[in-house]
Design a protein around this ligand. Structure first.
Ligand SMILES: [Zn+2]
Length: 677
């Protein structure tokens, strides 16, 4: 999603996992899931370090922290207004649609409630009556929730996501406003929190079909439950059980994510979901002293943000469910024309609780100067501020090197340099959707039923960015995940795993996925290369003995993609390359790709049966998995097909931004490509 605010953001919530339908193929994976009741208490009681009974604020800030924020604001008002125009908050509260329809069971709840907490914090910090007045407008809708409780139908609605947001927002609202409400009102808010937390606790204690720990459908409601528990501990008898339950699920979810820092669902869902881990860990750290920030899923996340933000800063590598889905801003715009904005909440929290480091600072500097109107809730900016970075924006720290191998997910990223907005960058992926570590972890946790949410069946896929445009691209958020929508190979017209479903990895054996990997990775300032081990990504019916792709890029100008296969039966391979603009044929074996100021000549150096260019029609996501996709054109694709054979190779060379495209030639002999420019 591009826009982190308002209703469209809510609609962007990922669609629930279809749980309970997983049949793993591998031996040893049929162990019945243990009862979540036994899981719930494995982390033991979570003791608060002080007696907080009847004392607020406590969750993200004490009264003295609030005083410190107040002092900082009066010292540095410009840093504050630059990050979050406070009048914006009032504007939101005057907009009837903001709160008139928030019901946690409906699609419209969720993010909206954080505005209530934001206004409550603004009032606590500034003591301006206008903020209190605005915050109070949310009260009737909050109190309505005393007598009803959320219905969570896992896999059928987004009630789990909505109530997670609601619990966080209302717990913070209460934390900052409790002494500004009448005692009946404050008690009413606590009663409403209790009613919803009970429902979520019940959900986590009664489901027996397993849990997708990697899914935001688990960790968003779990984090909300935990924050509610911390809010009411000492006041509400059940609150410590909520904390214990939430801690168990958050720990297990955290263990399933970001082993190397990479967030497997991609940039858009990082923005939507990752900060839930940061917020829960921050509250836990304050109130219990238990500190998770030194471990998974937090370590290396700044590498993910830094390396996935493309040169120029307005876009990010398009992978997994990237970009708007139907109904979100930019969905109708030409493909790859809507800039990617990052949520900086997580990085602000990491910097505050784990301490700064050059990569984290560089990622934040890269993002902080960008458009903030997209993040109209300023809670985390204000509390976890980094005005020191904003105060001296001139010097951009650029940590070397300009490449990174995310070894657990086997994603390789490289860029020409950190300084030039026109620099070329390459992204190459060939790993299990949730990383290699997931295979071992899956054995330890039989109740974990991963389905790899928004991941795509795209082993061997690469993207190339140059002069501010994609030259080899991806096709964004799709309803049905298909290998053919990527710069990948098809075997006998067939994609990887069980593609053609919303959850392409649901029920796929993680031990098999683990064999998909990058080999012979090398990267330097001059270039990058790696070999993709691809055979395990395809169904055994295709009898591949081996299938490998070697990708190298030298001097940001010469690309080489070399695919080789051997199989027990003759197979036809299809080779795909996606572009934003229609490629032009220069002759039978050469294609010119242009995109704005960027260009590239592709030369096919091995024999093929056919080569065509077609509109890249993809099943775009409408909000309903597996059904009624909205077929849309997202650029173009070059489709090259070989003749069927039991072994063969496809060699394609490319030259980036050539001065005279028509004159670019290349030759292939004895495994070597020579360019004749
Ligand atoms: Zn993709």
């Amino acid at each position: 999603m591009q826009n982190l605010s308002r209703r469209d953001f809510i609609k962007s919530a990922s669609v629930a996992a279809a749980l309970g339908t997983v049949v793993a193929k591998g031996a040893g994976q049929a162990t019945p899931a243990p009862s979540p009741l036994t899981l719930t208490h494995t982390s033991g009681p979570t003791r608060l370090t002080a007696d907080f009974a009847g004392k607020w604020p406590r969750l993200l800030a004490s009264e003295s922290d609030i005083a410190a924020v107040r002092a900082r604001l009066s010292r540095l008002p410009s840093a504050f207004t630059r990050m979050i125009p406070p009048d914006d908050a009032l504007g939101i509260a005057q907009d009837e649609s903001t709160f008139s329809a928030f019901k946690p069971n409906g699609e419209l709840a969720g993010y909206e409630i954080l505005h209530a907490a934001w206004l409550a914090l603004l009032h606590r910090v500034t003591r301006k009556p206008s903020y209190l007045q605005a915050a109070r407008r949310f009260l009737p809708a909050i109190l309505e929730m005393r007598d009803t409780s959320v219905v969570i139908e896992a896999g059928r609605s987004n009630g789990d996501l909505m109530i997670g947001h609601w619990l966080l927002g209302v717990s913070l609202y209460h934390d900052w406003l409790h002494d500004q409400l009448s005692s009946d009102e404050a008690q009413g808010v606590r009663t409403a929190i209790t009613a919803q937390a009970r429902a979520v606790y019940h959900h986590f204690n009664t489901r027996h079909s397993g849990w997708s720990y990697e899914q935001n459908h688990v960790f968003i409601p779990a984090a909300g439950l935990g924050v509610a528990g911390f809010a009411l501990s000492g006041t509400e008898a059940e609150a410590d059980d909520w904390i214990s339950c939430a801690t168990t699920f958050m720990r297990r979810s955290g263990d399933a994510l970001c082993a190397d820092g990479l967030f497997y669902e991609g940039v858009s869902y990082f923005n939507y979901a990752f900060h839930w881990h940061v917020i829960f860990a921050a509250v836990q750290r304050r109130l219990t002293g238990k500190d998770w920030f030194g471990g998974q899923p937090f370590v290396g996340v700044e590498d993910f943000v830094l390396h996935h933000t493309l040169p120029g800063g307005d876009f990010a590598f398009d992978f997994a469910d990237w970009g708007p889905r139907k109904g979100q801003p930019g969905y109708e715009k030409p493909w790859h024309s809507v800039p990617t904005r990052w949520s900086v909440w997580s990085l602000l929290g990491l910097r505050r609780f784990r301490g700064p480091n050059p990569t984290l600072n560089a990622s934040l500097r890269q993002l902080l100067g960008r458009d903030y109107s997209l993040q109209r809730v300023g809670i985390f900016h204000l509390l976890w501020s980094c005005e020191d970075l904003l105060a001296s924006p001139a010097k951009v720290e650029t940590p070397a090197p300009a490449y990174h191998h995310f070894t657990d997910h086997d994603v390789l990223v490289w860029r020409e340099n950190w300084s030039d907005k026109n620099a070329t960058a390459l992204w190459l992926k060939c790993g299990p959707p949730e990383g290699h570590r997931a295979t071992d972890l899956r054995r330890e946790r039989p109740e974990w039923k991963p389905n790899a949410g928004h991941a795509h069946p795209d082993a061997g896929h690469f993207t190339i960015w140059s002069r501010g445009r994609f030259l080899a691209g991806d096709t964004g958020y799709t309803a049905i995940k298909r290998t053919r929508d990527h710069n990948c190979l098809l075997i006998a017209d067939d994609g990887q795993f069980r593609d053609g479903r919303y959850h392409a990895f649901d029920g796929v054996d993680f031990a098999v996925l683990n064999d998909i990997r990058l080999r012979e990775v090398s990267a330097s300032a001059r270039g990058v290369s790696a070999t993709c081990v691809l055979a395990p990504a395809y169904d055994s019916v295709h009898t591949m003995n081996s299938l490998e792709r070697r990708v190298s890029l030298n001097d940001a100008s010469q690309l080489f993609v070399h695919d080789r296969w051997t199989s027990r039966a003759a197979k036809e391979l299809t080779w795909l390359w996606h572009t934003d603009e229609k490629p032009e044929s220069l002759d039978a074996t050469r294609w010119l790709i242009r995109n704005g100021p960027a260009s590239m000549v592709l030369i096919v150096l091995t024999p093929f049966a056919s080569i065509t260019v077609e509109a890249a029609m993809v099943p775009a996501y409408t909000g309903t998995p597996d059904r009624n996709p909205d077929w849309r054109q997202r650029g173009w694709r070059i489709v090259l097909t070989t003749t069927p054979a039991t072994s063969g190779e496809i060699v394609v060379a490319g030259v980036l931004n050539p001065a005279r495209p028509a004159e670019v030639k290349a030759a292939y002999a004895n495994g070597n490509v020579s360019f004749l420019l």
